[in-house]
Design a protein around this ligand. Structure first.
Ligand code: GLY
Length: 338
């Protein structure tokens, strides 16, 4: 697994010195270029910048084209390094571009959003959206290293912290009751090294047990079947949500399904909903759109043989996976949250 270094963006200097790279490229979007690149730049030797447009709507094949073209035009060889500096879109897409360019060049993730630090940049999932489906095309591909530094949090709007917080709460819900409580005690205003490290450690333990998501890793998808569908449905509209904001709502819906399936006790369901509702509010979605959300749920990568499978909660700190969920139960969950 990729090694994750905490509070040490400066460590890039040592990584570059030991990597014997022929060329170094830094992938940014307009936000990470303006706010984060100046922090990183002082530690870099000669390098080239590749800039793409920010946001989930640009996590596409045409942005990959830009990256592959920039590498090709600069005659980048297989000893080239790509440094992905940005949020989850940059680390997912940059990893995918690196993993496929000339059958794979090395890359280092420097996640700058909380969401990417605790989730997207760790665990070797890379990819892009395709035909409106999230992360539909991609590959498992390890970063050389991941450098997590809270110095970048000062560059983030509060909304971004709240988005990352959802994935931290998820780590507590699925695997570690103490982390859930620690996250609640920490709140969503600022995040120190210790709580981020705790969250990453939970994810790493799950990924180590099942790197390519044949089984256990699916628990990391709690809240994501419905959350992804809502996120995708609203993409490009005035109600567009950040990934974690959609996952916050998805976790309420999937906690409801966990209860409906007799897995989660009513008392724990109430605690989860009460806490998540303080932070995440449901978007306005027309009744007529519910079928589209269900259609999107049917494209979820956990489904098999036409059955819709979800990762659900047994209690706070324990999740189960591959639980078949009937369409009527999804209808009820959507009615509950929307
Ligand atoms: N974000 C879920 C996973 O990495 O498996």
């Amino acid at each position: 697994m990729s090694k994750v270094y905490f509070e040490k963006v400066s460590y890039i200097t040592e990584l570059l010195a030991s990597g014997q790279y022929s060329q170094v490229f830094v992938l940014v979007d307009e936000n990470s270029k303006e706010y984060c690149y100046p922090i990183l730049k002082e530690y870099l030797e000669p390098h080239k910048l590749i800039e793409i447009s920010s946001g989930e709507r640009n996590k596409t094949l045409s942005s990959c084209n830009l990256v592959w073209s920039a590498l090709t035009n600069a005659t980048a060889d297989r000893k080239t390094l790509l440094i992905n500096l940005g949020g989850g879109v940059i680390t997912d897409m940059g990893g995918f571009c690196a993993g496929t360019y000339k059958r794979g060049i090395r890359f280092i993730n420097i996640p700058t959003t909380l969401l990417s630090q605790v989730d997207a940049s760790v665990g070797a999932k890379t990819g892009i959206d395709f035909q409106g489906y999230k992360n539909h095309i991609g590959l498992f591909c390890e970063a050389e290293a991941v450098l997590v530094d809270s110095v970048f949090h000062d560059t983030l709007p509060q909304k971004q912290l709240i988005s990352g917080y959802a994935e931290m709460l998820k780590h507590g819900l699925i695997a570690n009751q103490k982390h859930w409580q620690d996250c609640l005690d920490n709140g969503s205003n600022s995040f120190g090294n210790e709580i981020i490290q705790q969250s990453v450690a939970i994810k790493e333990e799950v990924v180590k047990a099942d790197p390519t998501e044949k089984g256990l890793r699916k628990i990391l998808n709690f809240g994501h079947t419905i959350g992804h569908a809502i996120e995708t449905h609203l993409l490009g509209t005035s109600s567009e949500l950040l990934h974690g904001e959609a996952i916050g709502i998805g976790m309420i819906a999937e906690a409801y399904i966990s209860k409906s399936k007799g897995l989660l006790a009513e008392s724990e369901f109430q605690i989860i909903v009460e806490e998540l509702r303080k932070i995440y509010s449901s978007p306005k979605i027309e009744k007529a759109s519910l079928n589209n959300i269900k259609r999107l749920c049917k494209q979820d990568k956990k489904n098999e043989n036409g059955n819709l499978n979800m990762s659900l909660l047994q209690n706070i700190g324990t999740a189960v996976y591959d639980i078949p969920v009937e369409e009527e139960v999804i209808d009820q969950a959507l009615a509950e949250i929307l």
